[in-house]
Design a protein around this ligand. Structure first.
Ligand SMILES: NC(=O)c1ccc[n+]([C@@H]2O[C@H](COP(=O)([O-])OP(=O)(O)OC[C@H]3O[C@@H](n4cnc5c(N)ncnc54)[C@H](OP(=O)(O)O)[C@@H]3O)[C@@H](O)[C@H]2O)c1
Length: 333
C-alpha cells in the first residue's frame, strides 16, 4: 500500500479551508496539521476542518515531523518568506498564487527549492482542471491551427472595503496580482513568452489597481488581450482564435464548471462539458492540483511539467513589467 502523503497548511484563511476540504476528497493524501500566527486560530481551524494537529506558529508547523509537504496559504507578500521557511525545514511546497510578489522573489524561492531538492509548485489550480487538460490536447494536435489571437478576462466586484485584503497595499491587494495572475498565466500556457507588453490601469479607491488591461504580442504575430478587475464583474470567458477555427471557454473559464467549445473552420462544433460531479466554483476543483503535486512528489520529481517553475518566474516577470507600466508599487516589493 502506498504511504499517505501528509500536508501541513500555513495560514487559516478562506483558501486554506478550501484546500483542506478539497484534499479530503482524495485518496492517499491528507492534511495532518495547520499553523497560524496565533494558537487559538490554529486550534479553531483544526476543529472546523478536521485537521488533527495545530501549531501556534508557522515555524512549529514546518518543524512538525508528521508534515511532509506544506501548502502556503498566507497573503502573497508573505509567500516567499513562508515558502523559504518550509524549504529550509526540508519540506515540499505548494505555494498559492501569485507565487510571490515579483520575479526576484520567485527566483529566490525556486533556487532554494532546487538546492534543497524538494518539490515546489505554484498552486495554479486552474491548469489541472479536466477542461484545461482537454484544451492542451487540442492545442497540441493543432485542432484550430495556429493561435493568432486570444482574449481572457477575470473581473469581480468586491466589497469596496479598505480593510479587505484585495484593496490593501500591505497585503498585496489589487486586481493584477490577485485576479490578473490567472489570465496572464493562461496566456502564457497558450502562447508562451510575449515579446511586448502594453498595459493600462485604473486605480481602486485605495490606490491599488482596480481594473488593469494589457495587450501582449508574440514573436509569431499573435495577440493576447487581458482584462482583470476588482471593481466590476466581467463575463469571465476566454476565447482562442486560430487559423483553422476557434475555442471558447464559457463562464467561468478558470473553474471546473466551464464548458469548452471547439468550432472548426468548416463550422463543425464539439463541446467538452464539465465532468459530472464537479460543483460550482472552486470546490472539487483544487483537488486536481493536489493530486498532481502528490503524484510528482511520489515519483521523486521536483516540479510539475504542467506548471513549471521557470514559467512561474517568467509570468512574475510579465506582472513586474505590467506593474512598472501602470505605476503599481508595494512596500518592499
Ligand atoms: N486558489 C484560489 O482560488 C485562491 C482564492 C483566494 C485566495 N487565494 C490566494 O491565497 C492567499 C490567501 O488568500 P485568502 O483569501 O485565504 O486570505 P485570507 O482569508 O485573508 O487569509 C490569509 C491567512 O494568512 C495568514 N496571514 C499571515 N500573515 C498575515 C498577515 N500579515 N495578514 C493577514 N493574514 C496573514 C492568516 O492566518 P493566521 O492569522 O492564522 O496566521 C490568514 O488567515 C492569497 O495569496 C490569495 O491570492 C487563492
Amino acid at each position: 500500500m502506498t504511504e499517505v502523503l501528509r500536508w501541513g497548511i500555513i495560514g487559516t484563511g478562506g483558501i486554506a479551508a478550501r484546500f483542506a476540504a478539497d484534499t479530503a476528497l482524495l485518496e492517499g493524501t491528507e492534511v495532518v496539521a495547520v499553523g497560524s500566527r496565533t494558537a487559538e486560530k490554529a486550534a479553531d481551524f483544526a476543529a472546523a476542518n478536521g485537521v488533527p494537529a495545530h501549531h501556534g506558529s508557522y515555524q512549529a508547523l514546518v518543524e512538525d515531523p508528521a508534515v511532509q509537504a506544506v501548502y502556503v496559504a498566507s497573503p502573497h507578500p508573505f509567500h516567499a518568506e513562508h515558502a523559504l521557511l518550509a524549504i529550509a525545514a526540508g519540506k515540499h511546497v505548494l505555494v498559492e498564487k501569485p507565487f510571490t510578489m515579483n520575479a526576484v522573489e520567485a527566483r529566490t524561492v525556486v533556487e532554494a527549492a532546487r538546492k534543497a531538492g524538494v518539490f515546489c509548485m505554484e498552486a495554479m489550480w486552474t491548469r489541472f482542471l479536466p477542461h484545461m487538460v482537454r484544451l492542451r490536447e487540442l492545442l497540441a494536435e493543432e485542432a484550430i491551427g495556429q493561435v493568432l489571437a486570444m482574449g481572457v478576462d477575470q473581473g469581480m466586484r468586491f466589497k469596496q472595503d479598505s480593510e479587505h485584503r484585495l484593496f490593501s497595499f500591505g497585503l498585496g491587494g489589487g486586481a493584477l496580482l490577485d485576479l490578473g495572475i490567472y489570465p496572464f498565466s493562461f496566456a502564457s500556457m497558450v502562447l508562451g513568452q510575449p515579446e511586448t507588453v502594453r498595459a493600462s490601469a485604473t486605480p481602486a479607491f485605495t490606490g491599488v489597481d482596480g481594473t488593469t488591461s494589457a495587450v501582449l504580442t508574440y514573436g509569431d504575430g499573435a495577440h493576447a488581450l487581458i482584462t482583470c478587475s476588482a471593481l466590476v464583474a466581467t463575463p469571465m470567458g476566454a476565447w482562442l482564435a486560430g487559423t483553422e477555427g476557434r475555442i471558447e471557454l464559457s463562464r467561468q473559464w478558470y473553474t471546473s464548471t466551464s464548458t469548452l467549445t471547439l468550432t472548426r473552420a468548416d463550422g463543425r462544433t464539439e463541446t467538452f462539458a464539465p465532468v459530472p460531479g464537479l460543483v460550482e466554483g472552486k470546490a472539487k476543483g483544487m483537488k486536481f492540483q493536489v493530486a498532481e503535486a502528490v503524484q510528482r512528489i511520489r515519483a521523486g520529481e521536483r516540479e510539475s511539467s504542467v506548471m513549471p517553475l521557470d514559467e512561474t518566474i517568467a509570468i512574475m516577470g510579465i506582472l513586474d513589467e505590467v506593474r512598472d507600466q501602470i505605476g503599481l508599487e508595494y512596500p518592499e516589493a
